[in-house]
Write a protein that binds this ligand. Structure first.
Ligand code: ADP
Ligand code: MG
Length: 312
C-alpha cells in the first residue's frame, strides 16, 4: 500500500470535512449513507457529493450500493486523518522512503518541516485477509474486515504506550514521538536488524545483552512476545535497540512463561544457526524478581479501556 501524501497537501478543506464525517459515521454504520455524511459535514447535498466524488477518485474512501448507498474509509483515508492530526500538533511531514513492510504494518522514513528524520509506522492489520475476503459475501467475514481499522488503532495505541513506558525506564527502544489512530511517529534507528548481519565480532557479548534484556523486561512485568532477529537492531557501535511492541504480554498473563521461553528460544536458534554460537547460560523464568510492574502502567495508559470501536 502506497503512502502518497501529495494530495493531502492540496486537499480542499471541505473534502477533509467529508472524510472526517465518513469516519464519524462509521462509529455506528458499516457503510455510511450520504445523507448522514452531509449532515455531519454540515454541507449542502451537491457540495458534499462533489467532495465524495473527489475522495473516491483519490481512493481515500470506498463505495457500496449493494443493500443501500454507502461509503467507508479505507487505509489511505485513515492515513490522511492521522497525518492531519500530526500536522495540527505541529508535525508537518514529508515522506522520504518506505523502509519496511511487515505483515501488519508499513514503515516510512519521514522528515519534519524542521528537517528532522523520523519513522512513521502505520498499522495495517488484516491486510492479507483484506484481499481474500474482498469477493466473499459472508456477512461475518465482511464485518471482520470492517473492523480492521479499529484493530489497527488498538494495536498502535498499545505499541505507543509500551514504547513510551519502556523508554522512560531506560530500555533501548526508539523514542515514541507522537501517536494518532493507527500511526506512530518515532525516532529513526540508524542500524540494521540482526537478521541482516553477516557476522558478529563478539556473538557472546551480543547474546548476553539480549538475554539480559529479556530478563530485565520480565523483571519489569513484560514479555516482548516477538523477540526475534527482525525486531532487534544493531548500530555500527554495536548498540542494540528493540522495536515492534503491539504484542507485548504482561507477566501476569497465564501464558507469560510460554511467551518468554519462546522469545529466548528465538534468540538461541538464531545465534546457533547464524553464528554457530551456543551459550551455556541457564535462564529460569520463575526465579526472576519483579522490580516494577510496567505492564500495569501500560494498561493504565488506556489501550484496552473502553475504547470505542469504529463500529460496535
Ligand atoms: P512489523 O510489526 O510489521 O514487524 P516493525 O516495527 O518490526 O514492524 O518494523 C518493520 C521493519 O522496519 C523493521 O524490521 C526495521 O527494519 C524497520 N524499522 C521499524 N522501526 C524502525 C525505526 N524506528 N528505525 C529504523 N528502522 C525501523
Ligand atoms: Mg517486526
Amino acid at each position: 500500500m502506497k503512502l502518497d501524501i501529495n494530495y493531502f497537501n492540496v486537499m480542499p478543506r471541505e473534502e477533509f470535512r467529508v472524510l472526517t464525517a465518513v469516519e464519524l459515521g462509521m462509529k455506528n454504520h458499516e457503510w455510511v449513507p450520504p445523507r448522514l455524511i452531509e449532515k455531519i459535514a454540515k454541507l449542502k447535498r451537491g457540495n458534499a457529493f462533489k467532495c465524495i466524488v473527489e475522495l473516491l477518485k483519490h481512493k481515500l474512501i470506498e463505495h457500496t450500493n449493494q443493500t443501500y448507498d454507502g461509503y467507508r474509509l479505507n487505509y489511505s483515508g485513515y492515513d490522511y486523518l492521522a497525518i492531519s492530526a500530526f500536522k495540527r500538533a505541529g508535525l508537518s511531514l514529508s515522506v522520504e522512503a518506505k523502509i519496511g513492510v511487515g505483515k501488519e504494518s508499513d514503515i516510512y522514513l519521514v522528515r519534519t518541516s524542521e528537517g528532522k528524520l523520523l519513522v512513521l509506522k502505520l498499522a495495517r492489520l488484516g491486510r492479507t485477509s483484506f484481499k481474500s475476503v474482498k469477493n466473499n459475501r459472508d456477512y461475518i467475514q465482511k464485518r471482520t474486515q470492517y473492523n480492521w481499522l479499529y484493530l489497527s488503532r488498538l494495536a498502535s495505541t498499545k505499541e505507543f504506550a509500551a514504547m513510551t513506558a519502556l523508554y522512560q525506564h531506560k530500555f533501548p527502544v526508539p523514542v515514541a514521538v507522537f501517536h494518532n489512530r493507527h500511526a506512530i511517529l518515532m525516532s529513526f534507528v540508524n542500524g540494521f536488524p540482526l537478521q541482516r548481519l553477516k557476522s558478529l565480532k563478539d556473538p557472546a557479548t551480543v547474546y548476553n545483552s539480549l538475554v539480559d534484556l529479556l530478563e530485565r523486561l520480565a523483571s519489569f512485568g513484560i514479555v516482548h512476545g516477538d523477540f526475534n532477529e527482525f525486531n532487534l537492531m544493531l548500530d555500527s557501535e554495536q548498540k542494540l535497540t528493540m522495536i515492534d511492541f503491539p504484542q507485548v504480554v504482561s507477566i501476569g498473563d497465564k501464558n507469560a512463561e510460554f511467551y518468554f521461553m519462546r522469545d529466548l528460544r528465538c534468540v538461541n536458534t538464531f545465534f546457533e544457526r547464524k553464528f554457530a554460537f551456543i551459550s551455556d547460560r541457564t535462564v529460569d523464568f520463575s526465579s526472576i524478581k519483579w522490580v516494577h510492574r510496567l505492564d500495569q502502567e501500560i494498561k493504565a495508559s488506556g489501550f484496552d479501556q473502553n475504547d470505542q470501536p469504529l463500529v460496535g
